[in-house]
Write a protein that binds this ligand. Structure first.
Ligand code: NAD
Length: 274
């Protein structure tokens, strides 16, 4: 496979480590699109720690140069700005893209642009389950309509520092779980953009941004990022609770997110997709 990666942070580095351990053979080619100021450092890491991951590797800083390397698949693991800047041209060029910064799609104009780019290029925009699970069932049930989806995201109080939660809650003083936000997935993504990925994934798979109900909770008893959601549909009902471990390189990112991206790549390379 000729793989393109947008971003070279926690998810990208962990993913490359997992690929190195699990692939039977090196990638044909790896292109990393990073910020211009990170080019030298990225080249050095690729030549050192990841020298064996691909037969050839290149570092670029714009989508044109990424496309010139003819990737089979591009994985975005960089952030909202990178989705806006780089993903539409890649899709328009007919190349499938996995995006992990799914919260970016709470921007309705960007969602329209990405869908149009994929349709125009004959490519697919692939949204992995990321930090949660059960997306297969939610998306399947969604086809029948009539969904009610309620999501509750809990983290230790201090993990909400630097967000609007601070304005309404004395995070350091909490001794029990406190729900500081209740609203739609659209409102949650607007007010808590750095925590928008899970709510956006549920909204896109199921009832949409306006009809997906979100609660955000500061909970002194939470050991990590806890995601709970329930689905009621005319066809089935289910609920799910996921307690995620933070990843070593970025406590805000649940490590299972990386495994979810690894799954997307392995499903493309292996003889069976599941
Ligand atoms: N879908 C999910 O469930 C889920 C879960 C966790 C994280 N995420 C998202 O994944 C993304 C990456 O997470 P991470 O833990 O690797 O973050 P990180 O901060 O460790 O790494 C991000 C990398 O992207 C690079 N970058 C930023 N803007 C860029 C641009 N315009 N072009 C190229 N590179 C750029 C940064 O330099 C950095 O190397 C974030 O947007 C995060 O919100 C999604």
């Amino acid at each position: 496979m000729r793989l393109g990666l947008i971003g070279f942070g926690n998810i990208a580095l962990t993913l490359l480590g997992q690929l190195a351990e699990t692939l039977d053979a090196p990638l044909e080619h790896l292109t990393v699109l990073c910020l211009p100021e990170m080019t030298g450092e990225t080249q050095a890491r690729l030549a050192g720690d990841f020298a064996k991951i691909a037969k050839e590797a290149a570092v670029v800083s714009d989508a044109g140069a990424l496309l010139a390397d003819r990737p089979d698949l591009v994985v975005e693991c960089a952030g909202h700005g990178a989705v806006t800047a780089h993903v539409p041209p890649v899709l328009r060029a007919g190349i499938d893209v996995v995006i992990v910064s799914i919260g970016a799609m709470s921007d309705a104009a960007l969602e329209r642009e990405l869908r149009a780019a994929a349709a125009g290029g004959g490519a697919r925009l692939i949204l992995p389950a990321g930090a949660i699970g059960g997306i297969d069932l939610l998306a399947a049930l969604g086809a029948a309509g009539g969904l009610e989806v309620r999501y509750r995201g809990s983290k230790p109080p201090l993990a909400w520092r630097g967000t609007p939660a601070e304005a309404v809650t004395d995070l350091a003083a909490l001794s029990e779980a406190h729900t500081f936000f209740t609203g739609t997935a659209r409102e949650a993504a607007r007010d808590f953009p750095r925590n928008a990925n899970v709510a956006a994934t549920l909204a896109l798979a199921g009832a949409g941004f306006e009809a997906t109900h979100v609660e955000l909770v500061a909970d002194p008893a939470a050991l990590g990022n806890v995601h709970e959601y329930s689905v009621v549909s005319p066809l089935a009902k289910y609920s799910m609770r996921i307690e995620n471990q933070p990843s070593a390189g970025n406590a805000k990112t649940s490590v299972s997110t990386v495994y979810s991206v690894l799954r997307e790549i392995r499903n493309r390379i292996g003889p069976v997709a599941i």
